[in-house]
Each structure stands twice: as structure tokens, then as C-alpha cells.
Write a protein that binds this ligand. Structure first.
Ligand code: FAD
Length: 429
């Protein structure tokens, strides 16, 4: 580990993009990876993260775009008595690669290119020692580890999950052609993402249920696959059959089911924003990126975009400003990361409200009638500040729809009411 300037803790998307970025620019690094590539491959599915084109551009820049894209748009389906359908095209393809395959492969890329790796989990007490070995330590350990170092910011954090999550890889479904990402909504009940999903043996389908707590889809959270595979599979098929005929018609009943107990997860996330740096007992600073800095509910799929943006922001700052990795360095990178993450977080937390905000309803209804709006809304999953620009206040949404020559009945009603005025002032609650 001689002369390794930067220590990077964590080999998820954030840590790997930072390690690869610095390596590409000739900065010596040591990556502290909890697990080897083979251990990552053999682990339980940790997420089913979509990589929109903003992430795929970074992968191309780092030379790690190993998997062909992919999805050419979002197919948003809203389950009303007369279902709404929005088919929006992306300006560049997205894809979804099994995070285990993705991280194991990128870790091996980093090693093949000469990167230094130390295996094992880093405990908080070890950070002072690490900070003495490196000029700077950047931590990308995700939402569950080392969080106590970085104060939570209540103003931007929620206090409880807004959805319960159940995602997994299934057999017996034919993906739509051409490939669209299915974003299926049942207002008040939850959402189901249907995702063409690249895993170890090729392309399959992931189904991701976002369950409104206390609602009818809680049944999918009630059974663990390990305990009763048939009941679990029947529950999933039951929900799909009841709500989503356009998915049901592509399911081969006799083959349908979760691929294995390793290929799914159930859980919930409380959206949380933390300070992006901390001072250690020896006076040195450590920087947090990715989920450690900001964990969002995955509803709008913003986590990898935030994590890899954080990696590039910190990496570029290390290249541009090597004078000192002091508090000024940390505040500058925090501000720059936050300028992306703030809007991704605000948009996500706006979209997750139950019942949906009036301007969300109007925008979705309008997008079903206007292809330009549909394309922009779907493409902007990769540019979340643009979608937040359209939704951050009732006035903004109403004016956008007026420019497009469209009505905004729910927004207008909300604006006219006291509650609506309060809504328009609200930021991310
Ligand atoms: C079900 C689900 C679906 C999702 N869908 C999407 C989506 O569609 N699009 C999207 O952009 N995002 C999505 N996300 C979010 C996305 O997965 C995360 O935002 C992203 O993985 C964060 O990357 P990260 O590198 O910050 O952390 P992680 O991916 O959590 O990686 C952290 C790494 O650090 C390691 N580690 C932890 N503690 C230590 C320690 N003490 N020492 C050393 N190493 C440690 C872990 O082993 C892991 O390798 C989803 C998340 C979930 C749960």
C-alpha cells in the first residue's frame, strides 16, 4: 500500500466509480472492500438498480460499460378504471445489471488495472489509523454502516419509510419488445416496476413491488420465500393478475416463480440525508458519498446516479485542488454533490407522497396526452433536477402545462385552497 494517496472504503457503485476514476487519472488509491469479487457474486441480491443514461455515460468514461443497453424508454401505466398509458422515450438507453455481477466485475477491472485492494469490513475505530495512511479517506459504505459518524439532517430526512419494498428476479415472464421499463402505478396502493434484468446467465425479468404501508399489497411482504415458496409465488402472481393484465398476458403460469431465495429482498428505507463529511479525533476529515450521504427510497431510481455523481465530484475535486483535504475541501465537495442530490431527493420525496400531490396527478395526465411531455418526463429520470423544476411548486407546474396548452385542474384547485398554498411552500417532506 506504499504511497497510496486516497483510501476508498466500500466497493458498491460509489466506491468503485471513485476508485476507477482516480486510477484513470493516475492518483494512487487503496480500495477497502468488505468482500472479494467471488463473495460479492455469491451474496444475496442487494437491489435491482436501474442505471439511467447519466450513470451509463460515467461507465463509458471509466471503460466499464460491459453490458449492452437496454431500455429505450419508460412505459408508465396507471391503473385507473380506464388505465392511463405514457410511453416516453429516452435520449440514450438505460440498463439494469445485477448489482452483484456489476460490482464484482468493476472490482476485477480495478484490480486488473493495478488497483490496490484490502479486504474486510472497516470499523469506525479504524478510521483514524486509515486517515494517517492516506491523504484523504472517502467512505462509500452504503446506508447500513459507519452512518453514526455523519450527522443526519432532519430538514431533508423523513422519519419513516413511505413504501415497503419487495424486489426479485423471476422466471416465466417474456420481456416486452422493444425493451421498455414498466413503471406501473396503482394510486394509493403501490407501484410495480417490471424490469428486463441482466444477471449471471443472461437477461431475465425483475419485478419490484413498492407497497404503501398498511395497504392491500402488504401480503407480498407477509411471506418469506424461504418459508413457503409456493405461497410467495402465488401471492406475486395474484397481485399481477389482479392489477396488471398487460404483464399477466406475458407470464407462462407453469414456469412462473422467483428464481431462488438468493434472488430477492424484502425491506424498507427511511429516506435520510447526512452531512457529507466528518472530523476524526486526530483532526483529519473523511468524506461520505453515495447512500452514506443520502439514502432515497428507490421509487424514482436515483441512488446510483447520486452515488456515481458523488464519486466523480470528489474525484475531480481531488484532481483540481490538492492543496489540502481540509474543511474547505469538504464543504466545497458537499455543496457540489448536494446540487445534484438535493433535486433528486426532493423530486423522489415529492413523487412518493400518498395521496399523490395535485401537480403530480396533473403532470401524469398531461403526459398521457402529450408526447413531448411524456418523452421529457421519462428521459429526465436521468436528469432529476429537470423533473423537479416542473414540480417544485404548484405555480411551476401550472405554468408548464399552460405553456403546453393543457389544463391543470387539480393544481388549480389546490392553488385556490389554503391547503394548496401550504403545499406549494413545502419542500421535501
Ligand atoms: C431494492 C432497491 C432498488 C434500488 N433501485 C435503484 C434504481 O433503480 N436506481 C438507482 O439509481 N438506485 C437504486 N437503488 C439504490 C442504489 O442501490 C443505491 O443508491 C446504491 O447502491 C448506492 O451505492 P453506494 O456505493 O453508496 O452503496 P452500496 O451499494 O450500499 O455499497 C456499499 C458497499 O460498501 C460495503 N461496506 C459496507 N460497510 C462497509 C465497511 N464497514 N467496510 C468496508 N466496506 C463496507 C458494502 O459491502 C458494499 O459493497 C435501489 C436500492 C434498493 C435497496
Amino acid at each position: 500500500m506504499a504511497n497510496s494517496r486516497i483510501g476508498v472504503v466500500g466497493s458498491g457503485p460509489g466506491g468503485l466509480h471513485l476508485g476507477l476514476f482516480l486510477q484513470k487519472h493516475g492518483v494512487t488509491t487503496t480500495l477497502y472492500s468488505e468482500r472479494t469479487a467471488d463473495q460479492i457474486r455469491a451474496s444475496k441480491l442487494p437491489n435491482t438498480a436501474i442505471h439511467w443514461w447519466n450513470v451509463r455515460k460515467r461507465e463509458a468514461e471509466l471503460g466499464v460499460d460491459h453490458w449492452e443497453g437496454g431500455q429505450i424508454g419508460n412505459n408508465i401505466w396507471v391503473g385507473l378504471p380506464d388505465p392511463l398509458v405514457i410511453k416516453g422515450h429516452f435520449s440514450a438507453k438505460s440498463n439494469i445489471v445485477d448489482n452483484r455481477l456489476y460490482c464484482a466485475t468493476l472490482l476485477e477491472d480495478y484490480i486488473k488495472r493495478g488497483g490496490d485492494v484490502v479486504y474486510g469490513a472497516i470499523q469506525a475505530e479504524a478510521l483514524v489509523g486509515l486517515s494517517e495512511k492516506h491523504e484523504l479517506v472517502v467512505i462509500s459504505s452504503g446506508k447500513g454502516s459507519l452512518t453514526e459518524l455523519f450527522p443526519r439532517i432532519p430538514e431533508f430526512s423523513l422519519t419513516a419509510p413511505k413504501r415497503r419494498l419487495c424486489t426479485g428476479i423471476y422466471r416465466g415472464i417474456t420481456n416486452p419488445q422493444p425493451e421498455y421499463l414498466g413503471v406501473n402505478m396503482v394510486p394509493g396502493t403501490g407501484e410495480l416496476y417490471e424490469m428486463p434484468f441482466i444477471t449471471f446467465d443472461g437477461k431475465h425479468t425483475a419485478l419490484f413491488f413498492f407497497v404503501v404501508p398498511g395497504g392491500p399489497w402488504e401480503t407480498v411482504m407477509a411471506t418469506r420465500y424461504e418459508d413457503n415458496p409456493k405461497k410467495f409465488n402465488d401471492t406475486v402472481l395474484g397481485i399481477v393478475s389482479a392489477h396488471f393484465p398487460h404483464i399477466r398476458e406475458r407470464i407462462r403460469t407453469s414456469e412462473f416463480g422467483l428464481r431462488s431465495a438468493l434472488d430477492y429482498l424484502q425491506g424498507a428505507i427511511t429516506p435520510t440525508v447526512r452531512r457529507a463529511y466528518a472530523k476524526l479525533a486526530n483532526g483529519k476529515h473523511v468524506v461520505a458519498i453515495g447512500d452514506l450521504h443520502c439514502t432515497n427510497d428507490p421509487l424514482m431510481g436515483q441512488g446510483v446516479g447520486c452515488a456515481t455523481n458523488g464519486a466523480f465530484v470528489v474525484g475531480q475535486a481531488i484532481l483540481d485542488d490538492g492543496l489540502a483535504f481540509d474543511e474547505r475541501f469538504c464543504t466545497l465537495v458537499e455543496e457540489k454533490m448536494w446540487s445534484w442530490t438535493r433535486d433528486a431527493t426532493a423530486w423522489n420525496n415529492h413523487m412518493i407522497q400518498v395521496p399523490p400531490a395535485p401537480n403530480t396527478v396533473d403532470l401524469i395526465i398531461a403526459a398521457a396526452k402529450n408526447q413531448t411531455l411524456a418523452d421529457a418526463f421519462c428521459d429526465n429520470f436521468a436528469a432529476p433536477s429537470k423533473n423537479w423544476n416542473a414540480l417544485a411548486s404548484l405555480e411551476r407546474s401550472r405554468n408548464l402545462l399552460r405553456v403546453l396548452g393543457m389544463d391543470s385542474p387539480f393544481t388549480d384547485a389546490a392553488l385556490a385552497s389554503t391547503a394548496g398554498a401550504a403545499d406549494s411552500k413545502r419542500s421535501v417532506q
